[in-house]
Write a protein that binds this ligand. Structure first.
Ligand code: 5MM
Length: 448
């Protein structure tokens, strides 16, 4: 197999419907910090046992297509003597490896960092490949302050990411390019959008300069969210809209998949934001998936606490988060948060005073049916769905409510068709689970 074919095969195995990537590549200092927070001592053995627990969780291969490992894990074995890398492969999970060597301060750019590890990278990759790794990951970080990241910080980091990606592809290893704009701080969502756009724009300029094949790499970015200390939090549909708006401007459609990092979001927020993107933008040019560490692992680590008797509970917690994110991958997180026995009987999520979903990220087809029942519309017919889909598609593209005649004309009707089906056009908007369109649009829709 030539290296292009190898890269294509790996991309195909990683980018699958309903699946995402588990980041289990915490360096020793990072995992020790996370273990400490839940009272687990960090030793080579506890780290091995924990990663065995994750990789042997029953059914995990249904939700996870790839795992990013830390170098130490490559040589470790499960209790039965099987190499952990083989345990992953048997579960249908492609093994990958973090190859960066951590950050140092960037000279002449106070406050900015740069990641090390390019020296000898080709040789290391060749060795990891013999051990079974098929993809790699490299992370650059960008703190937001009033003066960071600097222009120098952005160009230097982009250059390093591009050199790393080019070396990976030369070795037949798929590069995951991870530029992480950090969530720490009080900054607004708009500031995160501005910085992320500038960062990604530099990254793709450098990737093109280094002739990286965009079709054979994955992007692992942050979502567009306000700083962790900023109040209030943004609703899921705003995060989804701003993230997709920025990414459409700067991430070429040739990139097959965007696998977001969770970056300190709660596990629920990470799922609900990803869900909103997939629900509101089903025709985005890239797959919208996950490559979470904390948002997949936090509940599992807390349940385990380093005790053998808790392995089952920890694996269950891990599979639950993986199942939720698998559902969010196709805009069905609302279904996944219901316990399996009650699935299909969608309870109504919280509504605002106009009967609109408070969090449009919780919408799915079952929620639409429940909203229709609540409005006395009875069972939704194919005609209802035509209008719902048209409204969601229009909103996904333009972020505003369309002229109802325009929607209905596509089916040879006028606005009265929507009115008759949904009692008012605002009723259609409500069942479509879309965000509050603003006072003017609301009264226009309500009057029809
Ligand atoms: C697992 O954490 C990775 C970084 O580890 P080190 O800081 O120890 O090098 C990190 O790159 C991770 O893969 C991503 O940030 C995703 O993790 P989160 O927790 O942000 O989803």
């Amino acid at each position: 197999m030539n290296s292009q074919d190898e890269l294509n095969t790996t991309i195909k195995a990683l980018v699958q419907d309903r699946k995402g990537i588990l980041a289990a590549d915490e360096s020793v200092p990072t995992i020790s910090k996370r273990f400490k927070a839940v009272g687990i001592e960090s030793t080579e053995e506890t780290r091995r046992a924990y990663r065995e627990l994750l990789l042997t969780a029953p059914g995990i291969g249904e939700f996870i297509s790839g795992v990013i490992l830390f170098e130490e894990t490559l040589g470790q074995k499960a209790a039965d003597g099987t190499l952990l890398i083989e345990v992953a492969q048997r579960a249908g999970i492609v093994p990958g490896i973090k190859v960066d060597k951590g950050t140092i301060a960037l000279a002449n750019a106070p406050g900015d960092m740069v990641t090390q590890g390019l020296d000898g990278l080709a040789e290391r990759l060749a060795h990891y490949k013999i051990q079974g790794a098929r993809f790699a990951k490299w992370r650059e970080i960008y703190p937001i302050t009033p003066t960071n990241p600097t222009r120098l910080g952005m160009t230097a980091n982009a250059e390093v990411l591009a050199r790393y990606a080019a070396i990976c592809q030369e070795q037949g290893i798929v590069p995951i390019v991870e530029p992480e704009v950090l969530i720490d701080g009080e900054h607004s969502i708009e500031r995160c959008a501005e910085v992320t756009e500038a960062v990604l724009s530099e990254v793709f300029t450098a990737l093109c300069r280094h002739r990286v094949s965009l079709e054979r790499m994955l992007l692992k970015p942050n979502m567009i969210v306000p700083g962790k200390a900023h109040q209030p939090k943004s609703p899921a549909h705003d995060v989804a809209r701003m993230t997709i708006e920025v990414f459409r401007r700067v991430v070429p459609a040739a990139v097959p998949s965007i696998n977001f990092l969770s970056g300190g979001l709660s596990p629920e927020d990470a799922s609900s934001y990803l869900n909103a993107m997939n629900a509101l933008y089903p025709h985005a040019p890239w797959a919208l998936s996950f490559s979470y560490a904390r948002a997949l692992q936090e509940p599992a680590m807390a349940a385990w606490r380093g005790l053998a008797e808790n392995v089952g509970a920890a694996q269950h917690a891990f599979c639950e988060r993986a199942r939720c994110n698998s559902a969010a991958r196709c805009g069905q997180y609302g279904d996944a948060i219901q316990p399996p026995v009650t699935k299909g009987v969608a309870p109504l999520p919280e509504l605002d005073e106009n009967g609109l979903l408070k969090d449009p990220g919780t919408w799915n087809e079952s929620v639409a049916s429940a909203l229709a029942a609540q409005s006395g519309l009875g069972e939704l017919t194919e005609d209802h769905w035509k209008i719902i889909r048209a409204l969601r598609e229009y909103y996904g593209k333009f972020g505003v409510a369309p002229a109802m005649n325009q929607v209905c004309h596509a089916y040879g009707r006028d606005w009265r068709w929507a009115h008759d089906l949904f009692h008012t056009c605002l009723g259609a908007w409500r069942v479509a689970g879309l965000p509050d369109p603003g006072e003017e649009a609301k009264s226009y829709l309500n009057d029809m």
